[in-house]
Design a protein around this ligand. Structure first.
Ligand SMILES: [Zn+2]
Length: 409
């Protein structure tokens, strides 16, 4: 097999086999040969829990379809897919909290075009579950009456997240959460990370390859994780607890800001250029007035995206925190499962000494300090906080409320 593009999908052998067959059938169709019947179709839905690699799989499939060698991972086409710059790949992420109907109509129009590279026109729709209802209707029309060379790749946590009418027209690809060992193997072999560190990062990232790689290589990611681990250790009294909670919110906001600022300015520059700012001549004044409106639209979209990224980032930190308490619960119940924080002992010890805990800190010490009932209540408090955040409660307020429940135990 020549499909190097699929190598970032550890533990997904069944999915990779299905996609490789489909890509081979698609190539046969382009070459005017008889494809394997039923292997290829024009609409796909990639599902699986967060971190299982939905968008990685969709992106790899797109590369395999567009590459003249079936997804070699080496050629210009493969590199362009990886960089998100391939002319025949429309990469769609929600800019705001959900896709609007206008955004989707533009997309549907573009998707009906001919592929410039002579192979396929691919629309990769990440977080397709964030479509508004009207947008879903526009999308449905496009999928019902597909252009002959257009392939739709939708990603969503589960098939139930999409309306039945769309779901029933897609072939569903289901990814599983890969085992930590499989993820660690990728980090060792591809990124040259030392095995023990790779395994600790893989466990902490719960099978999410990208996150595991960031945890093992990016100091900022490691710092965020330290922030999360400090929270449960600080729950012995209210003062340190509240400051640990505030740090959690602040770090999430800083991280979100770094992400969105990197996107905002180039978008504004591109818009100014599109309106010919700086040029002179007839009609320029009129164009500038048009630009003001477009700029306002863009800034509104950017604001809404910033809110979404901030919320998603904080939610990720809360999930990490819940995962910590799940580990504690497993120890308290004596369950024989792999602990997500099994590799976090050095970080825990460091956080413990920063907080001045006399006895240091490890998972078993934290577990022995409370009961399973209390741990369950704490997990519930975290889940409740996540829910409050989706209702637009101010993040710091919601996290402080949660902290009070965590301290109460
Ligand atoms: Zn290639």
């Amino acid at each position: 097999m020549n499909n190097a593009v699929f190598r970032d999908l550890p533990g997904q052998e069944a999915v990779v086999e299905q996609l490789e067959k489909a890509a081979a059938a698609a190539s046969a169709m382009l070459a005017g040969q008889q494809p394997e019947p039923g292997a290829m179709t024009h609409a796909w839905l990639f599902t699986g829990p967060p971190g299982s690699g939905r968008s990685v799989a969709a992106r790899a499939f797109a590369a395999a379809l567009l590459c003249p060698y079936g997804g070699c991972g080496q050629c210009a086409s493969c590199h362009q897919v990886q960089a998100g710059t391939h002319a025949d790949l429309l990469l769609i992420r929600p800019e705001g909290l959900s896709y609007g109907v206008k955004q989707t109509r533009d997309l549907v129009l573009r998707a009906a075009g001919q592929p410039t590279g002579g192979r396929w026109q691919i629309v990769l729709f990440e977080d397709a579950d964030r479509c508004t209802e009207q947008a879903a209707n526009a999308l449905l029309k496009a999928i019902e009456e597909p252009a002959p060379r257009t392939v739709w790749l939708l990603c969503a946590p589960s098939a139930e997240d999409l309306v039945t009418t769309i779901r029933s027209r897609c072939r569903v690809v289901t990814l599983v959460v890969p085992a930590s060992a499989a993820v660690a193997k990728v980090l060792v072999e591809r990124d040259g990370i030392e095995p023990a560190r790779a395994l600790a990062a893989a466990r902490a990232a719960q099978g999410h390859v990208g996150r595991a790689r960031r945890l093992a290589t990016d100091p900022a990611a490691a710092r965020r994780r330290a922030d999360v681990l400090r929270v449960p250790l600080a729950m012995t009294s209210l003062g340190p607890a509240l400051s640990a909670a505030a740090a959690l919110v602040r770090t999430a906001e800083d991280e979100a800001k770094a992400v969105t600022e990197g996107l905002d300015e180039p978008e504004r520059d591109a818009l100014r250029q599109a309106f010919g700012e700086g040029s002179t001549g007839k009609g320029v004044a009129k164009a500038m007035r048009g630009m003001a409106g477009a700029m306002k639209d863009l800034e509104d979209r950017q604001k809404s995206r910033a809110t979404r990224v901030k919320r998603d980032t904080l939610d990720g930190a809360l999930l990490d925190l819940a995962l910590f308490y799940r580990d504690i619960l497993m120890i308290q119940l004596g369950a024989d499962v792999e602990l997500a924080n099994a590799g976090a002992e050095p970080e825990l010890a460091r956080a413990g000494s920063e907080l001045g805990l006399a006895n240091g800190a490890d998972l078993r010490q934290v577990a022995s300090a409370s009961s399973p009932e209390s741990t369950l209540r704490r997990i519930q408090a975290i889940m409740h906080c996540r829910e409050r955040l989706t209702l637009n409660v101010a993040p710091l307020l919601a996290v402080e409320e949660m902290t009070l429940s965590l301290v109460a135990g």
